[in-house]
Design a protein around this ligand. Sequence first.
Ligand SMILES: [Zn+2]
Length: 359
Amino acid sequence: MSNHRLCTHDELPAWLKDNGFIISGYRPTFRHDTVAKCWGSVWGYFHNETINIHTHLWGAVFSIALLFLHALHHFSLFPSFLEPIAYHSIFSPPHIPSSLSSPSSSWSSANSSPNDWKDIVGFTIFLLSSVTCLTLSSSFHTLSCHSRHLAHKFNKLDYVGIVVMIVGSFLPALHYGFYCRPLWQLVYGSGISVLGAGAAYVVLAPHYATPAYRPVRTAIFLALGLSAVVPVAHGVAIYGVRILDLTMGVRWLALEGALYVTGALLYALRIPERFARGRFDLFGASHQIFHFFILLAALSHYVALRRAYTFWHMSAFTISSSSSSFSTERRTGTEAGMMALDVGRRAVCLGIDSWREAL
Ligand SMILES: [Zn+2]
């Protein structure tokens, strides 16, 4: 570490002073007045933004790798040595209660049904939104010491990245959660898109950048994050938690929400550094913990989507239902094709309401 490159909180210009509980480890602005010098600080030496930069930088790289692997899977080029991880049981929804399935049905082995374009678009939207959010965040932390102008600009882009991530997470989850209710897919999908566009506008428009609008900005972000509660509560009201866990992976979405809220609270309250000023300058500060929580929340969302995907692909069954029992017969391979997939899913839609009664 080259301490001579770093400075203390007291030595910072006023516009860069943010968290007085972090005393040292700052990059002095006058030594980082070009983008190249800021980029050099990513790799060259350790400072109090190093963890913030690298957590989201590698999170973005990981998201790009996932995108790539999804593409390989789509073109049947998926490397077999990765299959034990890619098809780990964590990506399968819980077993259907025995009262609902015949002993011969095999709900645990999926993945032979064809993708439809909505699956591909959904995963692509989510992974691209997470690449966008994590890249913009990492860039902001890299360039925050460059100049007041650039720090301000990238701070806004950091916020826009959060908006993109929220909307990009919402859309595929809605697709699976309201698979049998296209009207609600449309209502909630366009609702979050309009809200997201509004939030991005408020963040970017110079008019709203003044401190006077701080409550408006806070309210919009809060509304955007909390709006997830509405469709989830609606889904629970229609189907109940157990079915929504099968169709949407709702328990993993709840874990995601808990991770976001906990991370945001630690960040807002500046825990733990407020209890030991100067001790967490380089490692363990609230913002770094917040970054890790964002990564875990995104991972949790990915697991929820994969479980939902697996469920809807296992539903390429022919299902004959009475109000409380199902006999399922698996269709396999290309012979089943898209038509069987559709028929199977429609049958699940018809049956799902009676599942609830049977549970
Ligand atoms: Zn950050």
